[in-house]
Design a protein around this ligand. Structure first.
Ligand code: UT7
Length: 329
């Protein structure tokens, strides 16, 4: 029997309506459009407004649109992997909350915490259930309501992040399409440079933690930048080498959208021209878990069956990794 690969058979995305522009940020913190654009490539990002809304409110429209495109019902989903660092609540898992909201009555699920590398970790993990024959339909959902953990008085972090969510369906493929290889890495010592200080068991929420803004993202930008540039480029080059891929063989680089300069460095290292690099950072900023599925969603119409895609990400944890896949439709 031919080997079973896990293939993406549908993608979809959702971003909220509210657009937070660089111009509006200029009225909030000491920054300017020129600085943000030249240092990051970001022009605007989306924000989920409204009381009581969480990341599953971004996921529901993304997943419902995906199911419609694929022409299947939610009850056909076997497993939901929800990659997020901004779950609706610490427990239960947002995967469970989402399953209930969309009527995925036959699915089990769990949340996966790998920050910006979440979608890559989620795809690689979900693929195991397909390749083993255990499941037929695995939904990998990845997104964040980053605005819920951003201090809008901290100009170093508030200019970068936005809200958004994407989803991909994995199904078995025996014709050689789908996920061919993955390289996944993590290094917990990177914690000092990028983390959320309070709200976990080590430092539960208190008046003091709220007053000190310790529930917001803390990032030492320059240090993270150095690790990101090196590791994201290295892991993308490594997966090419491991699979004997030349730059010509690669049809699309699908990079995490943290900073345009990191994306450019990765493309340069791979020898891939800018016409093959998916970029939408200017519109959405860094949606953390959401960036890569949002790219696939926006580029879906340009993709052809058999295209070689290299996905690459680096993020908090530190976590990083790459996936090589052959587009299946
Ligand atoms: O996705 C998860 C992983 N995260 C990343 O990959 C992010 C990696 N890091 C970065 O993308 C960049 O480090 C940042 C975009 C966060 C910052 O860019 P940078 O070029 O590293 O700037 P910097 O932190 O070295 O700051 C340069 C200067 C400083 O002023 P002085 O000390 O040179 O006078 C900052 O105070 O820019 C100043 N600055 C700002 N100026 C205007 C910092 N933030 C701002 C701002 N507007 N928003």
């Amino acid at each position: 029997m031919s080997k079973i690969h896990a293939a993406i058979t549908a993608v979809n995305g959702y971003v909220p309506d509210y657009i937070l522009t660089n111009q509006e940020l200029e009225t909030m913190v000491d920054t300017n459009d020129e600085w943000i654009t030249s240092r990051t490539g970001i022009k605007e990002r989306r924000i989920l407004k409204g009381e009581g809304l969480g990341v599953t409110d971004l996921a529901v429209p993304a997943v419902e649109g995906l199911l419609k495109k694929r022409g299947i019902g939610a009850e056909e989903i076997d497993l939901i992997i929800f990659c997020t660092i901004t779950p609706d609540m610490p427990f239960p898992a947002s995967a469970n909350i989402l399953a209930d909201k969309i009527g995925a009555k036959n699915a089990w699920g769990y949340d996966l915490v790998a920050a910006c590398s979440g979608f890559i970790f989620g795809l690689a993990t979900g693929a195991q259930f397909i390749e083993s024959g255990k499941h037929k339909k695995v939904l990998v959902v990845a997104g964040d309501k980053m605005s819920s953990i951003i201090n809008y008085e901290d100009r170093v972090t508030c200019i970068i992040f936005g809200d958004g969510c994407g989803a991909a369906l994995l199904e078995p493929n025996v014709d050689g399409y789908g996920i061919i290889d993955s390289i996944l890495k993590s290094d917990g010592s990177g914690k000092v440079f990028l983390h959320q200080k309070a709200g976990g068991s080590m430092r539960p929420a208190s008046h003091a933690t709220v007053d000190a803004n310790e529930h917001a993202v803390f990032q030492e930008g320059q240090a993270v930048f150095k690790f990101a540039v090196t590791n994201m480029a290295d892991v993308a080059a490594e997966i090419m080498e491991k699979n004997d891929l030349t730059a010509e063989d690669v049809d699309w680089l699908v990079p995490h959208q943290a900073n345009k300069r990191i994306i450019d460095a990765t493309a340069n290292r791979m020898g891939v021209g800018s016409d093959k690099v998916m970029i939408n950072i200017e519109k959405y900023g860094n949606t953390t878990n959401g960036t890569i599925p949002l790219l696939l969603w926006e580029w879906e119409n340009k993709l052809k069956k058999g295209d070689n895609l290299v996905l690459a990400a680096f993020g908090g944890g530190f976590t990083w990794g790459s996936i090589y896949l052959k587009w299946a439709y």
